[in-house]
Design a protein around this ligand. Structure first.
Ligand SMILES: [Zn+2]
Length: 297
């Protein structure tokens, strides 16, 4: 829209050179300029309305992505990648770019320090907004000792706060390691084990995002279990049966490391292409999931 508006103004500038000689043409020029001002105003109003639910983001905004506008006739898919930065993150990043879809990365503070290019990858995701959303998946990932982690809720909450700082996560959106809880405005759905930490995160203003459908991986090889066709059918079926946390919105959980091998990255590409064949599906980032609390600290 902005490009079209800039082109329009450029055309107006050329027109000005042509018409400036006669008095009659000065009126034409005045009308054209007035039109340009009115169009500009309309663009601003439209843009403000379109982004009313999206807070200004500090990072660079990729050109060519239309401002978010909810369409009740569509079904929204939130593709999420967990545990990055790790081998596979870049492959997911480039694939989403190539396929022109949006995705969210729930990243782990400690993992940033474990890869020589960890910081750079996190920066790429953070500054890739609105195509990519960087979200909080804790600092230590519970050291994969979930029971111990959730039995110390204050420490666990502090782990999320540390990651928020370390990764400079822009919004208060998190996912609990190894757990499918949901925390949104007026909602806290969590098992007894994680409820205390979910409550602490809730009172600190966090949203916690679970998932509807997981693309499983082999826990030894980290390679995907289901085929892209099976996954695409599972998406269709979940929407059809309204088997999602929120009707018409579906969160898919995958892990970056599942797609580090080219053959598996191809499976992800195939899955995305199968979903893109349905014109009713829209890929969004989880900051647009319905019912979230204010996204800013
Ligand atoms: Zn995880």
């Amino acid at each position: 829209m902005q490009n079209r508006y800039n082109n329009y103004l450029r055309r107006q500038m050329k027109d000005q050179v042509i018409v400036k000689s006669s008095k009659k043409n000065r009126w034409v020029l005045a009308i054209l300029l007035l039109t340009a001002v009115l169009l500009g105003g309309a663009w601003l109003v439209e843009n403000q309305a379109g982004t009313a639910t999206v807070p200004a983001h500090p990072a660079h905004t990729e050109a060519g992505i239309a401002p978010y506008r909810y369409d009740s006739t569509k079904k929204y898919i939130y593709l999420t990648f967990d545990d990055g930065p790790q081998p596979g993150t870049l492959s997911c990043y480039h694939l989403c770019l190539t396929e022109g879809i949006k995705a969210s990365f729930f990243m782990v503070g400690l993992h940033e320090t474990m890869k020589s290019d960890g910081k750079q990858i996190v920066n790429m995701i953070r500054s890739g907004y609105p195509r990519f959303l960087l979200a909080n998946h804790s600092y230590t990932h519970a050291n994969n000792k979930y029971l111990n982690f959730y039995h110390h809720p204050q420490k666990a909450a502090a782990d999320f706060f540390q990651s928020q700082q370390a990764l400079q996560v822009p919004y208060l959106i998190a996912r609990l390691p190894g757990n499918r809880s949901w925390v949104r405005e007026g909602e806290l759905r969590a098992s007894g084990l994680v409820r205390p930490v979910a409550r602490l995160l809730d009172s600190a203003g966090y949203n916690v995002i679970g998932w509807d459908l997981e693309w499983d991986f082999n826990h030894r090889s980290a390679r995907p279990v289901e085929t892209p066709e099976t996954m695409a059918r599972a998406v269709d079926s979940a929407f059809y049966k309204s088997n999602t946390h929120t009707p018409n919105h579906l969160v898919i959980l995958t892990h970056d490391r599942m797609f580090r091998h080219p053959a598996d990255a191809d499976s992800l590409a195939k899955f995305i292409r199968l979903l893109k064949q349905n014109p009713g599906y829209v890929f969004e980032t989880v900051d647009h999931y319905p019912g979230l609390k204010k996204l800013r600290p």
